[in-house]
Unconditional design. Structure first.
Length: 107
């Protein structure tokens, strides 16, 4: 997949979530991996990891590291027409992962 070769830091958790969604579809729903497509993909904001760094005169500086929930929904295409398969395959497999997106370089 093209995600393997992208230089972006976010490509790795997206690829892992996509592979997980495809495996869930195959094992839990009985879908074929060759006929899957990404029906929906989004990232929701979650909480924040709150950390403090020491500063001058005994003060503390708050560092907030945002966290996001990544959700990828896959569905199966009909092999002949390229449309979504029948009602028995209507259920989509979902994989969700939590990724920490640290802003700045400090940890």
């Amino acid at each position: 997949m093209i995600l393997e070769f992208l230089p972006y830091r976010a490509a790795e958790p997206i690829l892992a979530t996509l592979i997980s969604a495809a495996s869930n579809a195959k094992n839990n729903q009985g879908m074929s991996k060759a006929r899957l497509y990404v029906a929906e993909c989004f990232a929701d904001q979650a909480g924040k990891l709150k950390r403090f760094r020491p500063r001058a005169k005994g003060r503390g500086f708050a560092i907030e590291k945002p966290i996001s929930h990544l959700t990828i929904k896959v569905k199966e295409r009909d092999q002949a027409e390229g449309v979504v398969a029948a009602a028995d395959r209507e259920a989509s497999a979902v994989a969700a992962a939590t990724a920490i997106q640290a802003e700045g370089g400090e940890e």
